[in-house]
Ligand binder design. Structure first.
Ligand code: GLA
Length: 394
């Protein structure tokens, strides 16, 4: 792993690409933001429930400088794509979906009264793209940090979170909750975040990586279904809420329900909606328990909760896929495995596993078996937590 080229090794390349491609002037400054890893709380955020998450020490780096001519120049080293736009005419474009994130930030800044006079922005991401580690929230955050830094504009952390959230919901059109943006902005090294998405009460919980390892396994299966299935789940949750309200439940959101109420609710919902609700309620309970276990450093019990969460996702919320289920079965053979779950929205992407005493040789065997069974190449990497977004001093 030590020979791996990290994002910070790309600074010179970012700068030379920016200077060679775009004809602006002035100093190029660098900014960074990490991805996020959800530890528990799958699809609870938009149901105003609980989440436990952290940043992940994989980041996006941006080199940036202002322009005065109303031009927005964007380039990604990962995809080798360059885009030139008029900064006053920004629209979401499915052909360059990565660019919609910085465009969304500029457009939301404008809506909040901050005009960007023009910008050159070159990015490199070491967060795997489309793997459910929220490279999108990191791209939003790094773009916002760059612009605010260059303009020397002030904005509170909470306003930054909300602006990124609005960029994703309003401009990009992904109807997400607050999990990704909140975690990317509030996460810190050796810290997990516990958040109540209703009251916005939150805590930082220390995490010690001498005792455990977080192993992220990318299934190699894309997330083509995410947008449609995610919207469908939100709609199902809305339907459940409506049915319960019509039946006299005076709740403001689904996360106010207790597991003791599930039995009496069951006859009111069809079988699918009932399973969706059971996932949300039990997942909130798992997050609450996980908070205590993390504070006590009881990692084996935390791992068991991860796996319970995965089973609930797979059986009740159905945001797993056959490939992820195959991967989960194979990963269960790892001798040091404490637990595993599906990262982020699911429907492809990564599995997050909690391990003690990681053995790369065993992992290579699993990798081969996974390829035999699915034809897909999985990738894996150990991660730790990362820092809050900001400027990178050279
Ligand atoms: C995606 C969304 C988040 C959250 C998760 C599922 O990552 O962006 O808001 O809903 O899925 O927990």
């Amino acid at each position: 792993m030590s020979s791996e080229r990290r994002a910070r090794d790309y600074l010179e390349e970012i700068e030379s690409q920016l200077k060679d491609r775009f004809d602006g002037e002035g100093e190029v400054r660098f900014f960074r933001a990490c991805g996020r890893l959800d530890w528990l709380g799958s699809h609870t955020d938009y149901n105003l429930g609980l989440i436990l998450a952290s940043t992940v020490d994989r980041e996006i780096i941006a080199g940036a400088r202002l322009r005065e001519d109303g031009v927005l120049n964007l380039y990604t080293l990962n995809l080798e794509q360059e885009i030139r736009l008029n900064i006053d005419q920004l629209f979401p474009d499915p052909a360059h979906s990565w660019a919609n994130y910085p465009k969304g930030i500029i457009s939301e800044l404008k809506a909040s009264g901050i005009e960007v006079p023009g910008l050159d922005l070159v990015v490199y991401s070491e967060i795997p793209i489309g793997a459910n580690l929220s490279s999108s929230a990191a791209l939003e955050a790094v773009s916002l940090e760059a612009i605010l830094g260059l303009l020397e504009a002030q904005m509170s952390r909470w306003e930054r979170i909300q602006l990124c959230y609005r960029a994703e919901n309003n401009f990009v059109g992904m109807p997400c909750g607050i999990l990704d943006q909140f975690t990317v902005y509030q996460g810190q090294k050796d810290t997990a975040i516990y958040l109540d998405c209703d009251t916005l009460y939150w805590e930082k919980i220390p995490v010690q990586f001498e005792q455990i390892q977080l192993l992220v396994v990318d299934s190699g299966r894309g997330r083509e279904l995410v947008k449609s299935e995610y919207s469908r789940r939100r709609e199902e949750c809305r339907q459940i809420y409506q049915i319960l309200r019509e039946n006299g439940y005076k709740i403001a959101h689904l996360s106010q329900l207790k597991s003791e109420e599930l039995k009496e609710i069951e006859p009111l919902l069809d079988e699918v909606l009932f399973r969706r609700l059971r996932h949300i309620i039990t997942e909130n309970q798992r997050v609450k328990k996980a908070r205590g276990l993390l504070l006590e450093k009881n990692y084996p019990a935390l791992g068991e909760l991860f796996t319970e969460g995965y089973l609930s996702s797979s059986r009740d919320y159905e945001n797993s896929l056959p490939e992820l289920d195959i991967l989960a079965k194979l990963l269960n053979q790892l001798s040091g495995l404490l637990g595993l779950r599906i990262a982020g929205a699911g429907w492809g992407g990564c599995m997050v596993t909690l391990v003690r005493g990681f053995n790369p040789e065993e992992m290579e065997v699993i990798k081969r078996r996974y390829q035999e069974k699915t034809g897909l190449e999985m990738k894996y990497f150990l991660v730790e937590t990362g820092d809050i977004p900001g400027e990178l001093e050279r």
